[in-house]
Structures are given as C-alpha cells and as structure tokens.
Design a protein around this ligand. Structure first.
Ligand code: GDP
Length: 196
C-alpha cells in the first residue's frame, strides 16, 4: 500500500513541552517559508490538501503531526526565514525547531524542502547544523524544478550534491515538482527507507 494513503491529522504542538509521546517512527518535513513544503506534502499525500491544515490561521507556527499508519508519522515543521516575523517569535521557533530535530528520538529522518532556484540558504544550513550531531539522514527535495530548464536542473542537483558531500552531510538530494508531479516516486521510496 502507498505510504501516504491513509494519512490523517493527529496533533499540534506549539513548543517542546506539547509534543506527543516520543514513540514510533516519524519523518519531518522542513524548509524555508514559501519553498513549496505544503505543496510537496500534498502531492505526496495525493492532493488531499492535507498540509493546508498546517496553513490554517493559528497553525502556521505549530509543529503539526499526521499519522501514516500504526506507529508511523509525518511531521510538518514550521517554515523559517520569513522576514516579517518579530524577533521574539523567531527566537522561539528556532529554539523549538533546534530542540525538536536534535532531541527527538522517534525522528528517523528529515525531508528538507528547498526551492531548486535557491538551495542551501543560511537558514537551511543552520537547520542541517542543528541536526548533524544526530548522524541521522536528510533527504533534500529541490522543488519547483519545473521553473528550471533541464540543463539548469542537472546543474543545481549536482551543485547541491557536491556541497552536501563537501560538508560531510548524511544527506541525499533529488529534483521534485509538485506542479508537474515529478520526483514523487523517488521521494516516496526514500521516505519509506528512512521510516524503516
Ligand atoms: P510552503 O510555504 O513552503 O508550504 O510553500 P507552498 O507549498 O505554499 O508554495 C509556495 C508557492 O510556490 C505557492 O504559490 C505554490 O503554488 C508554489 N509552488 C509550490 N510548489 C511548486 C512547484 O513544484 N512548481 C511551481 N511552479 N510552483 C510551486
């Protein structure tokens, strides 16, 4: 059965104290605001508009949990890098994100969503730095790939892979497009592997 066939919203957390019990296996989606995270989640979940749960007013700054199957969850982390956020709110997000990715035992891997035209921005690198000590894997989706020519897509993928390798990240990368539905099977396969 498809990994995302029975995905349902289960819970939200505003801070580390509100997280559901740290049991089972989960995969977290993360990325800069507007990178295309909600679109990627919805594409993987077959147009259920699931991630728009995370976009409803009041839920954008929350960690949103979705159940995939018994003991397996998808976690939608708040987007970062949005310029208009007040410093105190930003500090709270950073602390919560850093605490979650570095301390969550059931977290099996991160799916880092980056606009293929703007990969590995400082916010993305910071997140990779917080997560690196865990040694756990990251899979990068270079989304909105449809906005690049084939040659530019290949160049971007190679550049990102080279940078990840140079920085000794435990990370893989692929091209993705929610609009054209490209890269969906590869993403599903990698996510299933990470979930175990
Ligand atoms: P989020 O803030 O990271 O959740 O980003 P969204 O999923 O809301 O996407 C931000 C904007 O990028 C929206 O206008 C989407 O329609 C657009 N977008 C997302 N994915 C793609 C894609 O694969 N191709 C194109 N062309 N646009 C996309």
């Amino acid at each position: 059965m498809k990994l995302f066939a029975n995905v349902v919203y289960t819970a939200s957390a505003h801070d580390l104290a509100q997280l559901p019990p740290d049991v089972g296996a989960e995969i977290a989606f993360v990325g800069r605001s507007n990178a295309g995270k909600s679109s990627a989640i919805n594409t993987l979940a077959n147009h259920t508009r699931l991630a728009y749960v995370s976009k409803t007013p009041g839920r954008t700054q929350l960690i949103n949990f979705f159940s995939l199957s018994e003991g397996k969850s998808l976690v939608d982390l708040p987007g970062y890098g949005y310029a208009k956020v007040p410093p105190a709110v930003k500090a709270h997000w950073e602390e919560t994100l850093a605490g979650y990715v570095s301390g969550r035992e059931s977290l099996r891997g991160l799916v880092l969503i980056m606009d293929a035209r703007h990969p590995l921005k400082p916010g993305d690198e910071r997140l990779l730095d917080w997560y690196a000590p865990t040694g756990k894997p990251v899979h990068c989706l270079l989304t909105k790939a449809d906005k690049l020519s084939r040659a530019e897509q290949n160049k971007t993928l190679k550049l990102v892979q080279d940078k990840l390798k140079l920085a000794r990240r435990n990370a893989t990368a692929q091209l993705f497009s929610a609009l054209k539905k490209t890269g969906v099977e590869d993403a599903e396969k990698r996510i299933a592997e990470m979930l175990g």
